[in-house]
Design a protein around this ligand. Sequence first.
Ligand SMILES: [Zn+2]
Length: 407
Amino acid sequence: MKCRHCQAPLNQPFVDLGSAPPSNAYLSEPDLHRPETHYPLRVLVCSECHLVQTEDYVTEDTVFDADYAYFSSTSRGWLAHAKAYCERMTERFDLGSESFVIEVASNDGYLLRNFVERGIPCLGIEPTASTASAAREVGVETLEAFFGTELAEKLSRERGKADLIAGNNVFAHVPDINDFTAGLAAALKPEGVITLEFPHVMRLVEFCQFDTIYHEHFSYLSLLTVERIFEKAGLRVFDVEELPTHGGSLRVYGCRQAAGHARTSAVETVLAEEHRRGMDTDGYYEGFQVRADGIKDGLLRFLLKAKQEGKSVAGYGAAAKGNTLLNYAGVRPDLLPFVCDAAAAKIGKFMPGSRIPILDPAVLETWRPDYLLILPWNIAEEVRTQNAHLTEQGTRFVIAVPELTIL
Ligand SMILES: [Zn+2]
């Protein structure tokens, strides 16, 4: 296999998580009587450009299909994040009724509905039918498609170019990152701005967030690598912010090479830190496997001990992260009988691979577990606050990453 960005041969392993079905391939009851396709989940790092990337097995339409069950609006914290983004971008880049905003992978309209409320023309691009239709219901015009150069050129002919293109948690999810980035350039006005948010691979390594690795997540990005990818597409990075989302993300601001946006000192600060840690060397990416194995073993020890002691454990949050962790650790319903999730699209389904049933969080009122394992650790505080009353009834909250912790 060759590097998705620079085409250099890929020889250096980063981590091997065995094999698993796509993380968002939730099963319905009849599916339990059929086999499931598992794909290897191996991640490599390019020794040339240091793009960390999954080995190619899964195509885009396998993982983002019509039944895609991830709805951004089910997380309250994420909704607040989207609202704050809209306010800041509107002010900083002086957006108004003459502007045009595009969001790539606009999901259920969680972000663009804030622009709609302000009377700023916008368009969402979203390949999954279920979320696109939810977006239309909240008044967000949505084009059901995958974004790339071809679509960007068609859009700029038919709809004009954009003042702002937002991409939250999509840049890491595209298999052809060069074509996607060239598309951003093609859809952008000469002085337009692109903002991309993605989990920072520096935090993934630092906190051993190996459960953020899944097939839909093709790239694990540093600013060093993003600069190279932008440059190839005629773009440049002019600002960057470090965000707490998804365990530590970057929001990168990009524009055309010739645009007037001045480069801020924040760009140099992040680049210097990445360089200081050696992210431009192969050595930085070694040793991750051993650390991931340690976390997996810690989770298994905890579940086995709870079982021996006759303590009950339930899971919370049927997110992709949980699927990676449970499948890698080989956890099945004998150790974790169910996972609760508030998303209507997931309730009554089963986790891919582990086949653990997903139930309405209301069951926690009658079936009070001794331990509630919060799988999406990035929203652990939100889950704890929402379920604070369970603590009074004796339930203790647990997270597995970066190490097994009883909260
Ligand atoms: Zn490369």
